[in-house]
Design a protein around this ligand. Structure first.
Ligand code: NCD
Length: 330
């Protein structure tokens, strides 16, 4: 199978979904879509990024995002290095920027960065020469998560525009929610947020979403339901009375799910807290839950993002091919 051709993506970094056009998002999704099949083959290796160096720099813990960025880079032929804060000089008091500058001196082509502070990844991107991908910054954005969610929905439903999607739970602390709100509204989806008032940012309605405090009302007629984890690590103080009460009113169970469309997709970015925001039986319901598919789409989407940033011009592959033919014959 030949490597899918890249898409025009005239940006140096991928820091946020906010500001991306529908055409840019569609381009990334199309490219990612073409990688899904490739990822299901026995032989997955491509050479699109051969000779390129990718450093994954994670200041916060991660399972899915870090592993899939690593796989994505390797499947495209890049040299991938993982750096976590544990075991790095950050533990010796080095600042994030000094760490970034040190890595920069080794000439990476792309840095994939996750940080607990909103805005930290953008700051870092201003100091380095390489492309930077935001793998999640504080409660701000997590662009590749929103792209993989969109790809999952688009493959299942065959379209995005005209659908209704509910984002439920801890919207206040969720970068996944913010990126998804920007992406889904840009693509013509009706977006609803459903949460207790304590877990919604003020003025959230200004982002063009419908606001609901009641799950059954909010879920009515929804095509997809995104459940969010209570991000206790970002909470200072009590935002919900108790876990049991939270599950009763906001946890997705069979009864609440019955308000959505009969074939509504159940989604979760992971990690899940079973029995807190989602009933364990629903999480594993193979007819409704697409949670594992989201993980699969994550690799394809990250391959597309790496390629779009590092091999952006649509004609570049063709030009290289022409040059190769001139130099070495057909
Ligand atoms: C999310 C994150 O880290 O923002 N997880 C992920 O990337 N798949 C959501 C979360 O931590 O709850």
């Amino acid at each position: 199978m030949n490597a899918p051709t890249s898409v025009p993506f005239a940006r140096r970094h991928l820091l946020r979904i906010e500001g991306l056009s529908a055409a840019e998002i569609n381009g990334l999704l199309d490219l990612a879509d073409s990688y899904v099949e490739l990822n299901r083959q026995v032989e997955k290796k491509q050479s699109v990024l051969r000779g390129r160096t990718q450093i994954n720099l994670f200041f916060e813990s991660s399972t899915r995002t870090r592993t899939s960025f690593e796989l994505a880079g390797k499947r495209l032929g890049a040299d991938v290095i993982n750096m976590s804060v544990e075991g790095s000089s950050i533990k010796k008091g080095e600042t994030m920027i000094d760490t970034a500058m040190t890595l920069n001196a080794m000439h990476p082509d792309v840095l994939v960065v996750r940080h607990h502070d909103s805005g930290a990844v953008e700051l870092l991107s201003q100091k380095v020469d390489s492309a930077v991908i935001n793998a999640g910054d504080g409660s701000h954005e997590h662009p590749t998560q929103a792209l993989l969610d969109a790809l999952t929905i688009r493959r299942r439903r065959g379209k995005l525009a005209g659908l209704t999607v509910a984002i439920c739970g801890d919207v206040l602390h969720s970068r996944v929610a913010r990126s998804n709100i920007h992406l889904l509204t840009t693509m013509g989806i009706e977006v609803r947020v459903i949460a207790p008032p304590t877990l919604l940012p003020r003025f959230i309605d200004r982002l063009g979403v419908g606001v609901f405090y009641d799950m059954k009302k909010g879920l009515q007629g929804c095509d997809a339901i995104m459940m969010l984890r209570l991000q206790t690590e970002r909470m200072h103080g009590a935002f919900v009375p108790s876990i049991r009460e939270y599950f009763r009113f906001y946890g997705l169970d069979k009864e609440k799910l019955a308000s959505a469309k009969p074939d509504a997709l159940i989604m979760h970015p992971g990690p899940m807290n079973r029995g807190v925001e989602i009933d364990t039986v629903l999480a594993d319901d193979i007819d409704r839950s697409v949670i594992r598919e989201q993980v699969e789409m994550g690799v394809a989407v990250r391959m597309a993002c790496l390629q779009a940033l590092l091999v952006p011009a649509p004609n570049r592959a063709a030009k290289v091919e022409r040059l190769r033919t001139v130099l070495f014959g057909p």
